[in-house]
Design a binder for this molecule. Structure first.
Ligand code: XMP
Length: 520
């Protein structure tokens, strides 16, 4: 549970695909909330968590089925406002004495319009632009009788109980999903709900910073902490925050595996060592990594080698730090949320991700994870609060195995050097055209193929490269970025003219799925 103290809202998760979005909408309103799977929410849990309000999420189950998920009864006697969404609405009605049915013609998926009743509900205040409002429905069952004490405040053609409430008890229930993009005014409904619940909007990054610093000091005492710094946003913000809390007790280890971008290693060292005066070990292990990768062309083998070496190297340097008892990690809230799985079974490994997981047990270290409660955009806000430069905070994600996975097939120093030059030009072009912040990630891939070209009067036989640029919200799905032909032409010309070793450029227009963002 959380390390810091704020007004807290509890989201009980019944397995909806969009539960995380509820949390994000609330965080945007400066409300601290946590998502917990329904199985974990017992009477004791509720008492300890002590929420100021509860939201029951949607989910794929049917309340009519035996053994379907339920919140504890005490949610309704705890004395705080409750909002049920979709399955949450149905479970609420079912438990409080209403009726839910399934059957022909009751399912509704997609856009619908809710019309308010004559009596207006404070929850809907300021919500209806006109006499009806667009919402997103996604339900199989429907409520056929509302529970005693409830009244109807909004209807849609297929959902006569689209919005209901027991105003006296502060219980609200909606059939649609106010958290999704397709309910354009949904945030207003959350805003009204948290206002009704008396939240003061005390979740700000300024306050979080102060409280997190206190919590780190308390946890660490006078012991030493080590932190793997990759130069990415998460580890950088974590390091800055911990450094503010405990200064000299923190040592960062920056592993240079020889697979970084042009100038990257100098930038990171200059920023943290020179600018912030942090204790920083710059582990130059290029020879080791590139040596072991020599002759390897299978993507998973390459990833495994890098992952293992990374842990070995980190451990070697960490062992040199006297009295280190803690390992700092930039774990974020989405990694912490236990999602409710109804399908069961492990998911297929598409790529083995490289991180320092497993290290703490191996080394007998305790974890310091000051970003565990934050979403990515909150981490960025905290980074700004801590004074990290905007250009640094807005950087595109860069994978742990670095350029290794942008160099399909065998990795050679020659290819890496060519790739670094081409990538620097591509990013320069994107920045010059003011497109950097519109793009989730952009990079060059050097292809394991040489092609014939002609430059001046001579024949060339050089590498081909692919440019990749995608838009995405979370890296889980992605679309290729629609550059103009002028931009692509100008960039290809620059790369081919300025980078010795490349004579052909292609643009990758694969979305994810079916492709992945990286090539390996
Ligand atoms: P894919 O290629 O799977 O990538 O579509 C999704 C996102 O994850 C990043 N990525 C990684 N990040 N370690 C990381 O820290 C890794 O091993 C790794 N592999 C891919 C990728 O850059 C994209 O942002």
């Amino acid at each position: 549970m959380t390390q810091t103290s704020h007004d807290r809202l509890l989201i009980i998760d019944f397995g909806s695909q969009v539960t995380q979005l509820i949390a994000r909408r609330l965080r945007e309103l400066n409300v601290y909330c946590e998502i917990h799977p329904f199985q974990n929410v017992t009477d004791a849990f509720l008492a300890e968590f002590s929420p100021k309000a509860v939201i029951l999420s949607g989910g794929p189950a049917s309340v009519i089925d035996e053994g379907s998920p339920r919140p504890p009864e005490s949610v309704f006697t705890f004395g705080v406002p409750v909002l049920g969404i979709c399955y949450g609405q149905q479970v609420m009605m079912h438990m409080l004495g209403g009726k839910v049915e399934s059957g022909h013609g009751t399912a509704e998926f997609g856009r619908a319009y809710v019309t308010p009743t004559e009596t207006r509900l404070p929850l809907l205040e300021g919500w209806f632009a006109e006499d009806k409002e667009q919402v997103w429905m996604s339900h199989g069952d429907h409520v056929s009788a509302i529970a005693p004490g409830f009244e109807v405040f909004g209807t849609s053609p297929n959902a006569p109980y689209a919005v209901t409430a027991d105003v006296a008890r502060n219980f609200y229930a909606v059939q649609f999903h106010p958290e999704v993009h397709h309910t354009p005014n949904g945030a207003k409904l959350y805003e009204n709900f948290i206002q009704a619940a008396g939240f003061t909007g005390d979740w700000t990054m300024g306050l979080y910073r102060e409280q997190a610093i206190e919590a780190i000091r308390e946890q660490v005492g006078d012991k030493q902490v080590i932190c793997g710094l990759s130069g990415g946003v998460d580890s950088s913000v974590a390091a800055r925050l911990i450094h503010e809390a405990i200064g000299e007790q923190l040592t960062c280890v920056f592993v240079d595996h020889g697979l970084l971008r042009k100038g990257e290693s100098d930038e990171v060292v200059a920023m943290f060592r020179d600018n912030y005066n942090m204790k920083l070990i710059h582990a130059d292990e290029q020879e080791l990594f590139l040596g072991q990768l020599e002759g390897q062309s299978d993507p998973e083998t390459k990833r495994k080698i890098i992952g293992k070496l990374f842990i070995d190297v980190f451990q070697k340097y960490a062992n040199e730090i006297d009295g280190a008892e803690f390992l700092a990690q930039g774990t974020l809230y989405p990694d912490v949320i236990e999602s409710v799985s109804f399908s069961g079974g492990p998911s297929v490994t598409i790529k083995s991700h490289h991180n320092v997981g497993g290290l703490p047990e191996k080394m007998g270290l305790k974890l310091v994870e000051p970003l565990r409660e934050l979403f990515k955009d909150e981490v960025r806000a905290l980074g700004r609060e801590l004074g990290l430069p905007a250009s640094f905070i807005g950087r595109h994600p860069f994978p742990g195995p670095g350029l290794a996975i942008r160099c399909p097939g065998e990795i050679t120093r020659e290819k890496l050097d060519i790739l670094r030059e081409a990538d620097a030009i591509y990013i320069d072009q994107i920045r010059k055209h003011g497109l950097y912040d519109e793009i989730w990630q952009a990079f060059v891939v050097i292809l394991p193929v040489r092609t014939v070209g002609v430059m001046g009067d001579s024949r060339t036989y050089d590498f081909a490269c692919a440019l990749r640029a995608v838009t995405s919200v979370d890296g889980m799905t992605a679309d290729y970025y629609p550059f103009s032909h002028e931009f692509l032409g100008e960039t290809a010309t620059r790369i081919i003219n300025e980078v010795k070793g490349i004579n052909r450029c292609t643009y990758d227009i694969t979305s994810k799925p079916p492709g992945t963002i990286e090539w390996e």
